[in-house]
Ligand binder design. Structure first.
Ligand code: ATP
Ligand code: MG
Length: 340
């Protein structure tokens, strides 16, 4: 039964009762008819309005919310204006808010689940590559290649290289997960970031020379820039950022590190004039295993964990990394550390 039917029924009973009551008091027939008509129409209107606007409409909305929730297409809108006169409207709004929050929770769970699935696929792939390659060399040796002294040396070296790569990968994964679970505590101390970056330059000199990349400090950089941070972790961050700058910059490019000393902190920036990062990838390069070049080509040698580690280390320092990049022109990675 809809609201109109119910209103008709109630109005009819009210007017019948009223007219019957009046007829007991010897009222004239004309007056009885008028009373019946007025009682009927006014109560019909009143009941119809009350049912329709205060009850049926709200129930309809509740039903449609529940239906949407079932179909998982609830809208994330804020209904805002609630009517204190109508408790049903409030219930409807509460149910709506509940449905929205449940939907958000479901979406979040689904995202995490996807992330977990992708992560496992990535890890398996990354582990598989060096294991297969080492396995291949060892089996070839066992199948007879071991007799040839020259081949033996070469294959053992290759197998060792694959296993070293595997070791680096597992170490990186371990560092990441320990940082996520908070097992690694930062050791804050005062140190000269200039000296640390200088050491990184020395470590990466070979790679830069191979590509004839001009690597160094920006002009007029002070050799004494003191910050408070975990020296070893910041060293790791700089190795990752500078080696990326070298890796993703063409031959004869340039890589620069600058320090901007501000009142309370120092902004450390790594610039390169390399290939840059497309806009749609910029927000994703800090994800584990994310690489701009989708073909998991190994020729650049990366696993896509470097920037994920950088992000975590800097988060543990209560700071974050910023990227500016233009495809074909170059990239800048920068972050601030408290000055000492
Ligand atoms: N300076 C840069 N210029 C251009 N692209 C960059 C730069 N730094 C990072 N990228 C892009 O971001 C991706 C992620 O970088 P990240 O350091 O996390 O991984 P990787 O260098 O591929 O591997 P890993 O550092 O683990 O050896 C890279 O694969 C590259 O596509
Ligand atoms: Mg890297």
């Amino acid at each position: 039964m809809n609201s109109r039917g119910l209103a008709l029924l109630l109005a009819a009973s009210i007017s019948i009762v009223t007219t019957a009551f009046l007829s007991l008091l010897n009222v004239e027939v004309d007056a009885l008819i008028v009373t019946f008509v007025i009682a009927f129409s006014s109560s019909y209107l009143l009941i119809h309005i009350i049912l329709n606007f205060l009850i049926f409409n709200e129930i309809k909305k509740i039903q449609s919310d529940v239906k949407k929730l079932n179909k998982k297409e609830i809208e994330f809108e804020n209904t805002g204006n609630f009517n204190p006169l109508n408790p049903l409207k409030r219930i409807q709004e509460e149910i709506h808010a509940y449905a929205v929050s449940k939907q958000e929770e479901i979406d979040q769970l689904r995202k995490t689940e996807n992330f977990r699935r992708e992560f496992i696929a990535d890890i398996s792939h990354e582990l598989k590559t060096p294991i297969f390659s080492a396995q291949g060399f060892v089996h070839t040796l066992l199948d007879g290649a071991i007799e040839d002294k020259k081949v033996r040396q070469k294959f053992l070296k290759k197998a060792a290289k694959s296993l070293d790569g595997l070791d680096v990968l597992v170490q990186d994964l371990l560092t990441l997960s320990q940082m996520e679970t908070g097992q690694i505590k930062m050791q804050f101390e005062r140190f000269n970031i200039f000296a640390v970056v200088n050491e990184v330059f020395e470590q990466l000199e070979g790679e830069a020379e191979k590509k004839e990349i001009d690597m160094g400090f920006a002009e007029s950089t002070s050799p004494q820039v003191f910050v408070v941070a975990d020296q070893q972790r910041i060293y790791q961050v700089m190795v990752n950022l500078i080696s990326n700058a070298i890796k993703y910059t063409k031959k004869e490019g340039s890589v620069r590190v600058s320090f901007e000393e501000r009142k309370k902190d120092v902004v450390i920036a790594v610039f390169d004039n390399g290939r840059g990062i497309p806009e749609e990838d910029i927000n994703r390069i800090f994800e584990r295993f994310y690489r701009v070049e989708k073909s998991r080509s190994k020729h650049k040698g990366g696993t896509g964990l470097g920037l994920a580690i950088v992000k975590h280390v800097l988060e543990a320092h209560d700071t974050k990394i910023e990227v500016k990049s233009t495809v074909g022109e170059g990239s800048t990675f920068s972050f601030a550390l408290p000055a000492a």
